[in-house]
Each structure stands twice: as C-alpha cells, then as structure tokens.
Write a protein that binds this ligand. Structure first.
Ligand SMILES: [Cu+2]
Length: 674
C-alpha cells in the first residue's frame, strides 16, 4: 500500500470517508465545479485585457524620511465578468485622497528599502449617509471570531447565533510578509469597525488587541482607523496586503480587498531593466514588469459574488439546482448526540473552490506581449486552491524570486506550483515566439484539496474548460530592443543564509471531527443524524498545536495560552508535523524563513519530490507547503518582540482555529493573551 493510500485509509476512520464520497458524488453530479447561478461556460474568455494595477499615490505628509498613505477600504461596483454580464459589487482599497484609485485588486504600494512607510488604514465600509454596510457574504457567528455583538465582554469569542451576521464589518489590514513591530502587523484581534453613525448599542467597536496596542504605544488612533508603520528593512521582494480580522478573513478577502506591496532597493535588489506601472500610469498601458494576482471566484447571474451560505454546500448537498439530497444535522447551538451541543458551524465551509478564474480583477483576461522578456510577479490569491501554472506551448518560466526575495540562482521550470499566498517572481522570454502566437497560461492544480503529487497521476487536474485556464498571452512584434539580461545569465543578489538554529520547536497541523454529531446516509442520499450507528461527522475544524511526547499531535485552540515563545533574537527551527490528509500553506508572520527540508513520518521520500528544499524554495520565504504525513522544517530569526500569529493560509482553515498567536520575548504581565 502506498503512503497516499494509507493516509486515505486512516482518514477514512474519521471524517475522511464522507469527504471522499462527497468528492465522488460531485464528480458524478456536476460537469463543472458547483458555484453560483452563473455558469463558467457562459462567461466569454479572453475578451478583456489584463489590468496592471498602477502604483498607489502618496498622501500629504510624505517627506524625505517616510512615505505616507491614507488607504481606505470601500464598497463599489466594478466590471469583473466579461460583457454582457453585469458589474459586481466588491470591496477594495484605494487612496482616500484620490477617489479614482479604488480598484479590485488594489493599486500597488511601491516601498523603498529601509525607508518607512506610514499607512493610515481606514475602514470606510459605510454608505453615502454614513451608516454601516453589512457584509456582502454570509458571516458565520458561531466560529471563534471578532464578534462585535458580544460587546466588550464577548468580543473575540465564539458566538452562538446561527444566523448570518448583519452588522458593521470588522477589518484590520496585514501586509503579508512585512517585517513590522507588533502593533503594525494587523494582529487578528486588532480589528476595528467603521466609524458609522448607526453602530448598534452595546457593540464592541474595536478588537481586544486594537485597544491593547493603542494603549501600550499611545497611538491615539481615531475611530475607524489604525496607523501602521512599515520599516521595509528586509530584502527587496513581492509582498501583498489584505484583511486579517479574526474568524472572517476568508470573507473579507473574497470580497476583494487585496493589493501588492513591492519593496525595491537595498543590498538584495538588482535593477533588471523591466518597467512597472507607476503613480498615475494607465492600468491598460504597456509595461514589462507586471504583478499578476490569480484568484478563483464564483458568481451569480446578477453579477454578484457567490460564496456558500451553508455547510451543506461543502457536502455537495442542498444544492438548489439539484433538489435533494439534503444535509439534516444539528448545528451550533442545537443539541446533537448524547445530550451534547453540536459543534458544527452552520455556515462555514472547510474549503472553497471558485469555478472561474479572476486575474487582476477580470475573468480570464488576455495580455499582448512583445517579442521580448517580461517579469511577472505571480500571487496565488485564492482562498483554498493550489495552482500549478503551465504554458500551453510548454515554454519555461525562469523563477528568480519567492516570497521574501531573490533565489540564490535562477531556476528554469515548466510548471509553477503555488499554494495560497505564495508568490513567484518569474521571467518569461517571448523573444523567439512567432508573432501572432497565442499561449494559454494553464492551471493543472486540482479543483479540490491538494495533497502533493502529479496532475493526471495523483489527482485530476482542474477542469480544462474553466479553472484549468488562467489567462492568454498574444505575441506581437517588438517595438524596441530588449535591454534585459537573459534570465539564466543573471547573478542574483540573494540574502545570506542564517546561522545554525538556537532552538528546535515541534509543532503540529491537525484536523478535528465532531465530538457530538454522528451521521449516516438515510438510503436516499440524504445525510442525517444517526447517534446509534452513524459515523462521526467532519471536519469540524482544523487546528495547529504542539507535539505530544508520544509523537502525536496536541491540537490547540486560538484561545489556548501561548505555546510558541521564541527568545528575542533567537534563530529557531520549526518542525511542522502535518497529521492531516491535505497539504497546508503555513505562513509565519514577521519572519522570513529558510526551508530546511522535509521528512515523511514513515521514511518514504517526500511527496514534494525531494526531501531537500525544492529549487524554487532556496530563497527566503514566508509561506511553505506542509505536505500530509510529513515534517516540514523552516528556520528563521525572531528579531522583534511582541505578539504575532502563525497560520494556515487556506483562509477557511485560518478562520476556524488553524491559527495560533505566538510571542517573541517575555510575555508582558497583563497582556490579553499568553
Ligand atoms: Cu490549512
């Protein structure tokens, strides 16, 4: 029995059997991935040009020491689907001083190495009258979430109202991969509501850690805002910014707000001679350096974003177009088996896979490229989906950088594997491609959770008619000479390696099934409560944790005391033990880490293809794929004191316990966590 089959069998003893049968069911029942009322086949591909997000303009107050921005998140409509489909209501960021800068995805923050960026982040999810706007999507109040209705005593706790939350939206922005002090990191409990006129009485308007940081550092943040400072004192690289509010990141990010944050200059940068859009440049102009955010989304025929509003969707049940079968189990706060309360959230879905590809805010765009080289900074901005990018004509990518800077040397690749939140800085050379050639950027990753392995061998690749296509390149003649260097000739200025670790820390990735809901198929395909003979329903959540002395995982909740407490200035090796049956992209805030290698529990070779770091993992990273049944080792310097988080970047997992706070240095007495 191979290891993958073994994992499947062991998983079948828990909730995995239901999951497996669900996937089989979906494959039988659908020609394509279920989503909203708009079918992907009804959206024309390659009719919209790729948008190249221009640079975010400065606000007043910038000086020779610091760039200053006022960046608000607002609600607006944007044409995302190909015509004649309607516009989509989305959220995104823009400069509060320049109304024309609001766009999904957001304009790019261009930061200079070692130069401070000060951002006043403004939650402006309000209507024209100053009243709050409710969420575009269904917020599950039964997760451990921000919970403003809980008031000061009940904020940042689990709620018990199974109805979708209709109140003002908590929001806090995190610059993913930024090296910042704790108060500027966007800690999940540092959220704040918009400064709306009609906040219901008794609601908490700020998260626990917003108040903690505001008081500790005497920030005097105005209501509905937080001012964060970024030092940009890290190797030049591709970061991105997005929401991080507790228990609702999946929804806040899916609604649109995200943008690139590029750091340029310093000892670990190289002027490669490519041209990126600047402040005031046209998003449809011609550039040779282009950030490309890839996101899967589903839509309804009215143009609105579709995201599931019930757990049954995940099970492949209660899909309106299919009638029955249905999912009939008790959810929180109802009573389940043995007189125990149900622990299954009614709305949350364990993963979500959109059925259309949205690239820089357009469905399946095209890009005209000249016969020359281009630098693309790819971001996997999907909620759950792992991407395997490939050019339809088999032309290579030359990867030069990962999340935290340049690789030690360029790597030629025919496929780019990217977990959620990973970035790949690549050069593509169209010089010798004949004029008129059309190349599809394909996706061979699965339309379901990823566990490693090869498309077509270990899993079915994405639907070739929809999510298997990303965008199209159309080659035209060069208008000028190409001043850039052939990629394999580049001498990259990668940052030096870390020294040996001072401390090795074992942590775990776990999945939990229900403790009180047991179910069976009633013979008609319906899944119903069956306390007497049913099997355990799952998954209930995914959890990080520590390792028990016997080598098993010790799952911990978000609210459990801090267990990862590196000394200030320590270099630590973290060993990520993945006890689940899926791969998880693990992100550690603040630090840039080296991938040291992988080791399977049973001694077989890593499903990654090598136990050594893969060639594109040899630069610094901030997000790493931890494969099932394996230990993944990462080493980093923990060099600033304070509270940070580490989490899975499958944002559905992150929102339901697959995130833990950690603290560097002694935990201050009286701090709200520890
Ligand atoms: Cu995960």
């Amino acid at each position: 029995m191979d290891r993958r089959a073994f994992l499947k069998l062991t998983a079948a003893l828990g909730g995995g059997a239901l999951l497996a049968s669900r996937l089989e069911f979906l494959k039988r029942a659908f020609a394509q991935i279920p989503g909203g009322s708009l079918a992907p086949g009804d959206v024309a591909k390659y009719v919209l040009p790729l948008v190249k997000p221009p640079a975010m303009p400065f606000s007043k107050g910038s000086n020779k020491n610091r760039d200053k921005y006022k960046i608000a998140v607002r609600q607006f409509t944007q044409q995302i689907l190909s015509l004649p489909h309607p516009m989509t209501t989305v959220w995104s960021y823009g400069s509060a001083d320049f109304p024309g800068t609001f766009n999904y995805p957001a304009f790019t923050v261009e930061a200079r190495w070692n130069r401070n960026t000060q951002v006043l982040w403004m939650n402006e999810l309000v209507d024209a009258n100053g009243n709050f706007l409710p969420h575009l999507l269904s917020v599950d109040q039964t997760l451990h979430w921000a919970n403003p209705p809980g008031g000061m005593a009940g904020r940042d706790m689990r709620g018990f109202d199974p109805a979708p939350y209709q109140g003002p939206v908590p929001f806090v922005t995190h610059v993913h991969g930024a090296h910042t002090t704790e108060d500027s990191d966007g800690f999940a409990e540092a959220w704040y509501l918009p400064n709306a006129l009609n906040i219901p009485a008794g609601y908490a308007t700020t998260g626990t850690f917003y108040d903690y940081f505001n008081n500790k550092y005497a920030h005097y943040w105005a209501p509905g805002t937080a001012s964060f400072k970024y030092m940009n004192d890290q190797p030049a690289t591709t970061l991105w910014y997005h929401d991080h509010a507790l228990g609702m990141t999946r929804l806040n990010v899916y609604a649109g707000p995200a943008g690139f944050w590029l750091i340029r200059g310093g000892p670990n940068d190289l002027d490669l001679g490519y041209v990126a859009p600047g402040v005031g440049d046209s998003p449809l102009g011609e550039y040779t350096e282009i950030p490309i955010a890839i996101q899967d989304r589903s839509f309804n025929v009215d143009g609105s974003l579709f995201y599931p509003d019930n757990r049954a969707f995940f099970e492949g049940l209660n899909v309106p177009s299919m009638g029955s079968p249905y999912l009939d189990i008790p959810f929180i706060p109802d009573t389940a088996c043995d007189g125990l309360p149900s622990d299954i959230s009614p709305i949350w879905n364990p993963e979500f896979f959109g059925n259309m590809m949205v690239i820089n805010g357009f469905t399946w765009p095209y890009l005209e490229v000249e016969q020359r080289r281009y630098r693309f900074r790819f971001l996997n901005g999907c909620n759950s989906r792992f991407l395997i990018l490939k050019m339809s004509n088999d032309m290579p990518f030359y990867q030069i950088g990962a999340e935290q800077g340049f690789l030690p040397a360029p790597v030629q690749l025919n496929e780019l594997l990217m977990g959620p939140a990973e970035r790949a800085d690549v050069i593509v050379d169209f010089t010798d491609v004949p004029v008129g050639t059309e190349i599809i950027l394909q996706n061979l990753g699965p339309d379901e959770p990823f566990g490693g392995g090869m498309p077509g061998v270990d899993f079915d690749p994405a639907d070739p008619d929809s999510t298997g296509q990303v965008m199209k390149f159309i080659v035209k003649a060069a208008s000028n000479g190409d001043p850039t260097t052939p990629p394999m000739d580049l001498d990259l200025p990668a940052a030096p390696s870390l020294g040996p670790a001072d401390y090795t820390r074992a942590v775990s990735l776990n999945e939990a099934d229900s403790g009180s809901v047991r179910v069976s198929d009633d013979g008609s395909g319906n899944i119903v409560l069956d306390c007497a003979t049913g099997e355990v329903f799952g998954p209930e959540s995914a959890l990080l944790g520590t390792l028990n002395p016997d080598g098993t995982g010790n799952p911990l909740l978000w609210m459990d005391p801090i267990s990862e407490n590196p000394a200030l200035g320590a270099t630590e090796m973290w060993e990520l033990h993945n006890f689940t049956e899926d791969a998880h992209p693990i992100h550690i805030h603040l630090v840039h880490f080296e991938v040291v290698g992988r080791e399977s529990f049973d001694g077989s070779p890593s499903v990654a293809g090598s136990n050594d770091p893969l060639p594109w993992e040899r630069g610094y990273k901030d997000t790493v794929i931890a494969y099932p049944g394996e230990i993944t080792r990462v080493k980093a310097l923990y060099d600033l004191p304070g509270f940070y988080v580490w989490h899975c970047h499958i944002v559905e997992h992150e929102d339901n316990e697959m995130m833990r706070p950690y603290h560097i240095g002694p935990i201050p007495p009286g701090a709200p966590a520890g």
